[in-house]
Design a protein around this ligand. Sequence first.
Ligand SMILES: [Fe+2]
Ligand SMILES: [Fe+2]
Length: 259
Amino acid sequence: MTVLFFGDIFGKPGRKALLSHLPQLISQFNSDFVIMNGENLADGKGITERTLKPLLSKGVDVVTSGNHLWDRQEGLEYIASEPRILKPMNYPPLAPGSLNYIVRKGDLALSVICLTGQIYMPPCDSPFQAFDSFWESTDQTLPLFVDFHAESTAEKRGFGWYVDGRACAVIGTHTHIQTADEEVLSEGTAYLTDAGMTGAHDSVIGVKKEIILEKFRTSVPHRFETSDQGLMINGVVLKIDPISRKATHIQRLRLSVEE
Ligand SMILES: [Fe+2]
Ligand SMILES: [Fe+2]
């Protein structure tokens, strides 16, 4: 079976890029499941009903997230009520969001979770222990996709090896910078340190570059504005054997979609 995953969708430019190209990508790759990281949907910060619903109706099956999931107060009730929105499972139980979502289509099923790293990230529980607890209690016959949302390449790579053979894929997010280290690990887990960002790349991780440079030069806080230049779709295409639950192929997507 084929799974499409898209890295952090940043603001309106990212949403528009994915909305207009998703139907074509689904048919081009004949994909069965579509997952995206939505933590930056609402102008770079958080998820709201208005920003997510069009993407769910265009074919996104599950939404992973990370540290920015709860940035919009007005989105919290929606996050709590929409089971397809996943929070990092190593965050406090009281934080809104699902821990796990299983998508089923015909004979195929895919289980999805996300976790955050602990290095250079807001405080959270050990993703290694959280994964082990989940693994002991879940249906291990289902292929399991993991979005590992973290800053440190070493922590991401380490986690990939830790769950090799248990998850069918560990795809990193959060840095918004795509890495070129895609591979299927020895026990069958597809791995990529970071899928990159879907949004405006003529920017610093989605924000107008002039604003970020001014902040770096002066250390004075500035209001961030989303860039709309240099649109790209970043993600991966995965081939998973539904019987063995192992990945057979991983391909990076890095598509310029400037009109
Ligand atoms: Fe992000
Ligand atoms: Fe993040």
